[in-house]
Design a protein around this ligand. Structure first.
Ligand SMILES: Cc1ncc(COP(=O)(O)O)c(C=O)c1O
Length: 389
């Protein structure tokens, strides 16, 4: 059995979620059909919507089910941009940060390349903190040119949390919508859509014990966005396609469990994480704990190691049965220097030398101990490999 310390990549499907998924998979009916079979499935879907709304603290009509986090983020970014530019062609500026996940970076850059968007990248300091004073100054001068602000609630690599309430307090007087990728946050720290001031927020099921390919975009009732998928007009016309009731049900169960266990898990995982961090520091002075002083997620530990590559460490830990991440898993499993660390002013060498450990529901003290016993050998091998490359 391997030791899994990569919960930010994906999480094991929880038993309660699996049971609910399988049960609903066996029910025949299209939720848009008016006959009783269809309406039974519709009922399950609407129960899932109600339940997820409770978990994110929003109105049920604000939940738009999607086929995952990447789709939710794409719908928010393209949909908000097209809506705002359609209303006023001056509003071409998307304000964001280079530390965003590729699910955000790529659609923003696509709009820049193909559709006249201009991106304002907010400065990020060495601790991963986004310069919100800069945002405030920019909005004072140029708010009429802004399409929307796009900032993730917590960074999936470093775990650094952004003060989203401060962001929305700044944008509200100018009527600028804000979307937040909350995929690394939801189910881990308390978040409330209704009191966040956000216009849209993306969440994903497989980061919290739910199935892959299930997500939602929470869209406030006053926010309009252009759909990116056209068809039957389901999900308030924002996301056409037959709704997937079993997946929505499974997502809702995962969310309910994660949110109800959050307070306890937060403390438990934070203590485990702190043990892991201290253990790494005791093993080697070559390790640098990333963003140690910033507000961070409780289950995330991120390090750079002098003189060795994250890829080597990952491989050598994996050989000993320990799964970690270099933080920036790209297409086809090809890893490059972390774009997040580069955006935080690290050198390419430093951005190549990081690993991320993330904990979750099934993580135990024994997992942390196993990682710490495997680390010296992995470090030794990675340092030797580092010397010859
Ligand atoms: C912060 C963040 N945004 C977006 C995504 C993409 O979500 P999904 O895998 O559900 O498409 C991920 C998943 O890695 C993520 O961590």
């Amino acid at each position: 059995m391997s030791v899994y310390l990569d919960y930010a990549a994906t999480t094991p499907l929880r038993k309660e979620v699996f049971d609910c998924y399988v049960e609903h998979l066996q029910t025949l009916g299209n939720p848009s059909s008016v006959h009783s079979s269809g309406q039974l499935v519709r009922q399950a879907l609407e129960e899932a919507r109600e339940s997820l709304a409770k978990s994110v603290d929003c109105n049920r009509s604000e939940v738009i089910f999607t086929a995952g986090g990447t789709e939710s983020v794409n719908l928010a970014i393209k949909g908000l941009f097209w809506q705002r530019v359609g209303e006023d062609s001056k509003r071409k500026v998307i304000i964001s940060a280079a530390t965003e996940h590729h699910a955000s970076l790529d659609p923003m850059e696509w709009l820049e390349k193909h559709d006249g968007a201009e991106i304002l990248w907010l400065p990020v300091d060495r601790d991963g903190v986004i310069d919100l004073d800069f945002l405030e100054d920019y909005l004072q001068e140029h708010h009429e040119n802004v399409a929307f602000v796009n900032l993730m609630w917590a960074n999936n690599e470093t775990g650094v949390i952004t003060d989203i309430n401060r962001v929305t307090a700044m944008t509200k007087p100018c009527g600028i919508p804000v979307h937040s990728d909350s995929i690394a946050t939801f189910g881990h720290i308390p978040i409330s859509f209704s009191s966040s001031g956000l216009s849209a927020m993306s969440v994903s099921a497989h980061k919290i014990g739910g199935p892959v390919g299930a997500g939602a975009l929470i869209v406030s009732r006053s926010t309009k966005l252009v759909s990116i998928i056209h068809g039957g007009g389901q999900e308030r016309g924002m996301r056409s396609g037959t709704m997937n009731a079993p997946v929505a049900k499974a997502f809702a169960v995962a969310a309910e469990l994660a949110v109800s266990e959050l307070a306890e898990e937060h403390l438990r995982l934070e203590a485990l994480r702190d043990k892991l961090v201290q253990g790494v520091k005791n093993i080697t002075p070559l390790a640098h704990h990333t963003a140690a002083k910033s507000p961070r997620m409780p289950h995330n530990a991120h390090f750079t190691f002098d003189g060795c590559s994250g890829d080597s460490l990952l491989f050598l830990l994996d050989q000993q049965g320990v799964c970690v991440s270099v933080g920036s898993a790209c297409q086809a499993g090809v890893n490059g220097p972390s774009h997040v660390l580069l955006a935080m002013g690290r050198t390419e060498r430093e951005a190549n030398g990081c690993i991320r450990m993330t904990l979750g529901k099934q993580s135990t003290e024994a997992d942390v101990d196993a990682f710490l016993s495997a680390l010296p050998k992995a470090l030794d091998g990675a340092l030797r490999a580092g010397l010859t490359t």
